[in-house]
Design a protein around this ligand. Sequence first.
Ligand code: NAD
Length: 498
Amino acid sequence: MATNLQIDENTLRDVVEEVLRGLGRSAPNRSGGPPARSADRPAAAPAAPAFGHQGRRFGVFADANEACTAAHEAFLQLKEKGVAARAKVVDIVKEMVTAKAVEWGRLEFEETRIGRLEHKIEKLQIVRLVPGVEWLKPYGLSGDHGITLEENTPFGVVGAITPVTHSVPTLSGNIINIVAAGNAVIFNPHPGGARCAVTAVRAYNEAIHAALGIENLVCVIEKPTLESFDALAKNELVRLLCVTGGPGVVQAAMRSGKRAICAGPGNPPVLVDGTGCVQKAARDIIQGGAYDNNLLCIGEKQVFVLEAVAEKFIEGLQAAGAVKLSAAQLEKLTAAAFTVSKDAGGCSHAVLNRALIGRDAAVLAREAGTTVPADTPMLFAETVLEHPFVMEEQMMPMLPVVRVKSVEQGVEYALRSEHGYKHSAIIHSLNVDHMTQMARALDTTLFVKNGPSTTGLGLGGEGYLSYSIATTTGEGITNPRTFTRTRRCVMVDNLRIY
Ligand code: NAD
């Protein structure tokens, strides 16, 4: 009996591609043109993972090398479909992350147990502020010798590492930047935030496949380990690494021999010189520093305040809802928040107790032997430069405040506490000389004047958002251009129209 079977062109092509992949050959492109150049394909690519509707991975892989092969196939498909397809992926991610912000924010909060639920949700809602394909403007030259165009072109497959502090926000923002630039991406997320990352990747892939017929453009390692990161870094199909995390992973990426964009650690200091409104400075510092329980790498981590205005500033912190710890309470909390370890040279240094990272101020207060209202945004205490809460990137809503005698001393202390990460710094001042002095001394990637740290990422300040600030390797606030190779196209003595 004859069957009235209707198969659309995309489905048919997927089937043909699957069969040809098995035979090691390329399918013609959608317009019936020649297949993608074999030079773009891996020399001896292992067989693609078993696809077919039921066997679809939707970007989720156990094996890093298998993910690399699948992501490379997706990269080639994206290349054929052009910039419109990249723009479509950006739209899909922005729409989906906005629509799923509450669900995914809750999921991430329940998995990681750090930060504040409302901020987990908000961090997803603002992903739409990450720039897309419009960021890729070619640079053109025209002269007596003809025309030259410098284009921003993709690398291919990017291997990305995300932190536990913002798993799905970093992943989503990275996808927008990386795919807008024409690449595919594989994530090796922090194991503590891997389940929510897998959920988001699966959903993004389903939507991308439905809209464009491309599978595995965005991949994730389901159970990420240091070994899976190592496999990604070693795989020849991965052309670039994008690492967002602390000193350990940044060092590992830089040692890998692969080009790496490293968004490394920070310990942002704040200087309050009293030339402006100290109450506003206090409010701004609490707004930025308390955000998601101080998990932001740009968040205010320690304050240096001029002696003459210190009392007024402390009143300002209290008026903004922060609660002051006594010296004894600070000592108790410090004993819970840090342990002392000796390095190979016998020098002692403080090691952060990760169990207290991103916990509520009320939890920290209990560790300090006191109680505060559940909605307290932040604790603070007066201390000295050498204190672990000043010198370590504590990622807790406990702000150490250090009095300084002069702006010079404040800048020097800020510099010492930032450790040369060149990440972020903040000043509250109306004195341009002080601003310039601090900017030059600290040499940070972000330098915010008279606002909360979050204004540095386009949230109430001019600019655009990214969750990966490439401090260590110097690319700055990452955007689609960061993930491109510049290639020059030259036409000699021709094409110029004048
Ligand atoms: P982390 O360094 O503990 O972990 C980050 C990722 O690296 C995780 O996926 C982890 O599993 C992996 N990792 C750690 N050591 C590794 C190694 N030796 N080899 C391979 N992989 C390794 O960081 P975290 O606690 O998840 O995040 C907080 C840190 O990230 C802070 O230092 C913060 O400043 C930084 N951060 C920086 C930015 C930025 O844009 N510059 C943004 C967010 C967070």
